[in-house]
Structure formats: structure tokens, C-alpha cells
Ligand binder design. Structure first.
Ligand SMILES: Nc1ncnc2c1ncn2[C@@H]1O[C@H](COP(=O)(O)OP(=O)(O)OP(=O)(O)O)[C@@H](O)[C@H]1O
Length: 283
């Protein structure tokens, strides 16, 4: 069996990680696992175990996976996931489930593929990052006890108060898209999480990200927009424009971003760049 280390985020989703630890201990004698108290803790653990580990398993949501992936980019090490977040966008898109025996079988087989990731200025993103409405939603959501219900409540409240963002592209080629938007997202995979497909045609192996520009729509349109998002039909929506690019630069009049669902401040100009095939992931 390949050498494997588990990084468990005790703050993910329902903070109910003990059953996972118990199951792991039952299946692997002397399992190498780490309950991470911080991003720095994860970084140090990976550094200390780097030489003697082939596969790092992130146990958590997209934020946790991203924090582990950061140390594995363009190295020979393989990322695996036990999904334990509230949205689990990235793990849904990379075929990881909550079946521990299935995961251990995959670890034993040790097959992997290489996928793209991207940078937002100097920060790594693996799934979907964005600014505008959903950057603000994530900021407000982080003040709640999280969960899908809080996410919907915060989204509706924020919608009423929200002023569109102003986006200006650097390249002449994209100037026609300068303007006011409800939100701008950058998608490496198809979904935010919870099967909300913001970019249903996105691929993690095409060397491109989808820049998703969403014009502000009337609240009454929200239900149709959401239906299209959950049924993978957003591509035909008149309020949405997609730009498929390997790299792009723009300015936006807010610093409120979410990177893989975690609130971050990002200053303009914003440079988005795909890192093609930069992450080895267990299949
Ligand atoms: N490696 C880590 N160690 C400790 N805490 C982390 C780590 N990575 C992220 N966090 C913090 O833990 C919290 C939850 O993280 P995560 O995004 O993994 O779960 P989630 O929000 O429940 O899931 P999802 O992103 O799928 O909705 C975040 O507030 C984040 O700041």
C-alpha cells in the first residue's frame, strides 16, 4: 500500500469528525492522521510528512481541500479527498464519496490523473472563486453557523441590499464586456457545491477557466436562474456570459472575493491564470 496521510479539518460542515477517525483507526493500524487546527498547521504537517508520503487525503470541504492542494501543486504527490464539507463542490466533481472503504481501495490501486488549477493573483484556487454578490454572500455566511439553510437565507437577504460590481477588462479583446454585474465567477469545475452548476460546460483538463459574468436580474427572475443552475442549463440564460480563457486580467471595484468558498480580500488589478495539469488527483 502506498504511504498515505490524512488531514482532517475539525471545523468543516457539522464538525463531526470523530466517527471518521474511529472508522479510520478500525481499518488502518497506526494511521497517519492529523487534526488540523489552522491553515499553517496543515502546511507544516505536509512539509514534515512530504518525503514519506505518496497520497495526502483532505478530510473536509473545498476550503480544506484547497489548503492541502496548495502544498501539492506541481509536485509528484497525489491528492485524495474524503468529502466532509457543506457544499463539497470539488469532491462532487472529482468523484469522491463518503465511502471510506471505497477510498481505501482507490488508495491501494493508486491511479491518478492530472488536472488544472488556477491562480487569482498569488492565491491558489481549485474549484470556483468569485467576486460580487457571492463574495459578499460568503462574507456574511461566515458569520452564521453555516449549512445550506443559512446559505439560502443569507443569499436572499444580500440580494435586496446588493449594488452591482463594475468590471473593466485589460485586453481590448474583452472590452466589450466591461460593465456592471451582479457577480463574476471563475470556474475550474462546473459547480459551486450542492450541485449548483455555475459553469455546466467547464472542464478541469482543458487548460481553461470559465469567466462567468452574471448581469443583475430582477428578484422575480431568481427562481428561474436557480432552476437553470441546478439543472445544468445556465448556458442559455440571457443574464449570463461565459469567457473561456487560459489567462485574463481585469479590475473590479470591490475587494470582497471568495476563493473556493472562503472569504478573501483581493486587490485589483486581478490576474487570473490557469496552471495546466498542475494537480495529481486520485481516481
Ligand atoms: N487545513 C485547514 N485547517 C484548519 N482549518 C481550515 C483548513 N482549511 C480551511 N479551514 C477553515 O475551516 C472552515 C471550514 O472549511 P471547509 O471549506 O473545508 O468546510 P465547509 O465550509 O464546511 O465546506 P464547503 O467548502 O464544501 O462548503 C473554514 O472557515 C476555513 O477557514
Amino acid at each position: 500500500m502506498k504511504k498515505v496521510a490524512f488531514i482532517i479539518n475539525p471545523y468543516s460542515a457539522k464538525k463531526n469528525y470523530q466517527p471518521f477517525v474511529d472508522s479510520l483507526k478500525k481499518r488502518i493500524e497506526k494511521a497517519n492522521f492529523y487534526i488540523s487546527e489552522s491553515l499553517e498547521g496543515t502546511e507544516t504537517f505536509i512539509k514534515e510528512n512530504f518525503e514519506n508520503t505518496d497520497i495526502f487525503v483532505a478530510v473536509g470541504g473545498d476550503g480544506t481541500i484547497s489548503s492541502v492542494a496548495k502544498s501539492l501543486i506541481n509536485t509528484g504527490k497525489i491528492l485524495a479527498i474524503f468529502p466532509a464539507g457543506s457544499g463539497n463542490g470539488f469532491s462532487n466533481e472529482t468523484n469522491f464519496t463518503k465511502n471510506l472503504d471505497g477510498l481505501l481501495a482507490k488508495i491501494k490501486a493508486c491511479q491518478f490523473r492530472e488536472i488544472d488549477t488556477f491562480k487569482v493573483n498569488d492565491q491558489l484556487s481549485i474549484n470556483v472563486s468569485g467576486t460580487g454578490f457571492d463574495g459578499k454572500v460568503v462574507k456574511e455566511f461566515e458569520k452564521t453557523s453555516r449549512g445550506f439553510k443559512n446559505y439560502i437565507q443569507v443569499s436572499i437577504k444580500t440580494f435586496f441590499k446588493y449594488k452591482p460590481i463594475n468590471v473593466k477588462f485589460k485586453s481590448e479583446k474583452f472590452k466589450q464586456h466591461d460593465g456592471e454585474y451582479l457577480m463574476l465567477n471563475v470556474a475550474n469545475t462546473r459547480q459551486f457545491g450542492n450541485n449548483a452548476y455555475i459553469a455546466p460546460h467547464a472542464s478541469t483538463v482543458d487548460g481553461l477557466v470559465e469567466i462567468v459574468l452574471v448581469k443583475k436580474f430582477p428578484l422575480t427572475y431568481g427562481a428561474l436562474f436557480a432552476t437553470r443552475m441546478f439543472t445544468k442549463n445556465l448556458k442559455e440564460d440571457k443574464y449570463v456570459t461565459y469567457l473561456s480563457v487560459p489567462e485574463i486580467e481585469f479590475s473590479v471595484n470591490t475587494k470582497d472575493w471568495h476563493l473556493d468558498g472562503e472569504y478573501n480580500e483581493i486587490s485589483s488589478p486581478v490576474h487570473i491564470k490557469v496552471l495546466p495539469k498542475s494537480l495529481k488527483i486520485l481516481v
